[in-house]
Ligand binder design. Structure first.
Ligand code: NAD
Length: 361
């Protein structure tokens, strides 16, 4: 396959971790006979320094012309960096919001995986975390409460604020289809999370998800109320495969699910539109405190590259090879500083990339 990938190294540790992900993609390409072409674009602080804005039109056009985008992370130290003296629409994060909008990325995927080898990092008791868990939160990203009409008014001397939670059936259907498609590549279970006992938007959500489910008889669907889901994530996380939910519930639940894995340097993510196109990035930020020191854990970015192969290119075998190599490196006892534990060998960012490459070869 010929694959055109736009890379956004970004700021802080971004360039270091993207370099390792490219190394891994290159060895996969070589082994499985693919051709990967990369074009780098500037975004965030790196773009502000050169162009005065966090994202240019040309950068967006380059991203649009690719098959997928692989990103490191953007942003600097928010208390000391001059980027944060700029108005909000010119700060690094505005670049990320801008590209998500320009690429119409409405589905956000965040896997939360507890590797047996990293069980110590999990804040849950051993009898709950058991042999690990492997779930994926599929969050609607462009609708709901965060994008509805809002206002603050004063009535008879009393301040009143209103936020509106709106979804139409098309917005729900397209994310549900993504959720079921992705469940088919996994353990074939969808847990749709809503608040249908109270909210009309949730009752419509539930009805549309059930309609979509009819086209996926091989996938098991269950519904769960969001408050119960928040409890179940810490009570029995292994029960979940794909959690499908709206924007605000997904915002909260995906952070909760990430925390129960206990290791920020391991968490990949993807944002997809209604084609196969996606933007893939680690869930963590640009870690300015460790930038340029070869200390960053590149695994979240490497696993994001694996998601890119799986979800944008349907290269499941190649993605499995990356995921398995990551597990093998952990089994062999290598750790970056953030996931270090007693008896393991501490390695830097580059060496971690090399170790994963060796295991794919
Ligand atoms: P952060 O995720 O960058 O760092 C939090 C802590 O985790 C730090 O101690 C850092 O050293 C550590 N850490 C993060 N990733 C690591 C990795 N791969 N390996 C080892 N250690 C790692 O969060 P923050 O400090 O709140 O934010 C720093 C900057 O990143 C800010 O400018 C913020 O706006 C930005 N940010 C960007 C994104 C993004 O690009 N999508 C996401 C979150 C934060």
């Amino acid at each position: 396959m010929n694959l055109k990938i736009t890379c956004i190294p970004g700021d802080g540790i971004g360039p270091e971790i993207v370099a390792e992900a490219k190394k891994v993609l290159d060895v996969v390409a070589e082994k499985y006979g693919h051709d990967m072409q990369y074009t780098d674009i500037l975004m965030g602080g790196a773009s502000i320094d050169v162009h005065g804005v966090p994202l240019t039109e040309e950068a967006v056009e380059t991203a649009k012309s690719a098959d997928a985008v692989l990103m490191g992370s953007i942003g600097g130290d928010t208390t000391t960096s001059p980027w944060y003296k700029l108005p909000p629409n010119l700060r690094p994060e505005a670049g990320l919001l801008g590209i998500r909008k320009a690429l119409n990325l409405f589905a956000n995927l965040r896997p939360a995986v507890l590797y047996e080898e990293l069980a110590e990092a999990c804040p849950l008791k051993q009898e709950i975390s058991g042999n690990g868990f492997d779930m994926l939160i599929m969050r609607e990203l462009t609708g709901g409460l965060y994008f509805g009409e809002r206002k603050t008014v004063e009535e008879n001397g009393v301040r009143k604020a209103v936020d509106t939670l709106t979804y139409d059936e098309n917005e729900i259907r397209r994310i549900a289809v993504k959720g079921f498609d992705i469940a088919r590549k996994r353990r074939k279970k969808v847990t749709s999370v809503d608040k249908a006992n109270v909210l009309d938007s949730s009752r419509l959500w539930r009805a549309v998800v059930e309609e979509v489910a009819k086209s996926y008889p091989d996938v098991t669907l269950e519904h769960m109320l969001v408050d119960n889901c928040a409890m179940q994530l810490v009570k029995d996380p292994a029960q979940f495969d794909v959690i499908l939910t709206e924007n605000m519930f997904g915002d909260i639940l995906s952070d909760e699910a990430s925390m129960v894995t206990g290791s920020i340097g391991m968490l990949a993510s993807a944002s997809l539109n209604d084609t196969k196109f996606g933007l893939y990035e680690p869930s963590h930020g640009s870690a300015p405190d460790i930038a340029g020191k070869d200390l960053a854990n590149p695994i979240a970015t490497i696993l994001s590259a694996s998601m890119m192969l799986r979800y944008s290119f349907d290269l499941d075998k190649e993605a499995d090879a990356i995921d398995e190599a990551v597990k093998q490196v952990l089994r062999d006892g290598y750790r970056t500083g953030d996931i270090m534990s007693e008896g393991c060998e501490k390695v830097g960012c580059k060496r971690m990339g090399d170790l994963i490459v060796e295991r794919i070869k």
